[in-house]
Design a protein around this ligand. Structure first.
Ligand code: NAP
Length: 251
């Protein structure tokens, strides 16, 4: 049996990636598909999701679009019902979808309150909603993996270091939503500590995508390294940690 097969059934493992129609989520989907997983590509615009999944299928990968808007609990629950009906379990969940604050975000003195609320609604509450809906299916996996795609900007320790490379990037709404996501990682890993499910946060690194108007210095291939590694962790891999492509990050 390979690492990409469900331990109990020997069937291909099933992965759900949110926000998979473009950027890092698309590349993570491609890499998981190449690793032999069946990939469900969450998209809030199904036309974009179908186009993205068709691109991967043309490369011979087993990829399918699934409607999933983090701010629509009805769609999140419907996605869980679809996965339950078609596969009966979920082996890998990559909570990748997120929004940036744009011009309305900024340092604490000026960050727009509506922007802060919107960012928490999608990046934190939305990711939590997906986890809550999918957890019963992940518990049915022999080796569940949950990856919360966070950011170095969500690290309290790095934010507190004035010499850190990204110290001048004080985007309160975005950074706080990712710090909250990191708390979700720590608490969920603790809650699931007696199970085989592993929960970790990934920092993709500063990656050229629509999120930052392609100002990032890494390619999406480089940005996908940490999330993919955590999605495919072996049984003796870590849980409750925060990692980039180079290793462990401080909370
Ligand atoms: P991106 O290219 O803008 O992709 C974001 C994805 O999230 C898109 O598919 C988008 O869908 C989706 N999305 C947004 N709101 C959603 C919602 N309410 N429901 C469902 N999907 C939603 O950004 P990216 O750079 O690939 O970011 C991926 C992840 O990496 C994010 O969590 C981001 O915070 C994190 N990250 C990125 C960087 C970086 O430098 N790029 C650095 C650190 C962390 P639409 O196409 O419909 O908008």
């Amino acid at each position: 049996m390979t690492a990409n097969e469900n331990r109990e059934s020997g069937e291909p493992r099933i992965a759900l990636v949110t926000g998979a129609n473009k950027g890092i989520g698309f590349e993570v989907s491609r890499r998981l598909g190449q690793a032999g997983l069946t990939v469900l590509m969450g998209a809030r615009d199904m036309a974009l999701g179908e186009t993205a999944a068709a691109r991967l299928r043309r490369d011979g990968l087993d990829a399918h679009a699934i409607a999933l808007d983090l701010t629509r609990i009805d769609l999140v629950q419907a996605a869980a019902r679809t996965i339950a009906a078609e596969f009966g379990r979920l082996d890998v969940l990559v909570n990748n979808a997120a929004i940036p604050g744009g011009a309305a975000d900024g340092p604490p003195s000026t960050a727009d309150l509506d922007s802060v609320r919107r960012m928490f609604e999608t990046n934190f509450v939305g990711s939590l909603a997906v986890i809550q809906a999918m957890l019963p299916l992940i518990r049915k996996s022999g080796a569940g993996r949950i990856v919360n795609v966070s950011s170095g900007l969500g690290s309290l320790t790095l934010n507190a270091d004035p010499t850190w490379r990204f110290a001048p990037y004080k985007l309160l709404a975005y950074s706080a939503s990712k710090a909250a996501l990191n708390m979700l990682t720590v608490q969920l890993a603790y809650e699931l500590r007696e199970t085989s499910i592993k929960v970790n946060s990934a920092d993709p690194g500063f990656t050229a995508t629509d999120l930052n108007q392609h100002r990032g210095t890494q390619t999406i291939e480089e940005g996908a390294v940490a999330p993919v590694r955590l999605a495919l962790l072996p049984a003796d891999g870590p849980t409750g940690g925060f990692f980039d492509s180079a290793g462990s990050l401080p909370w």
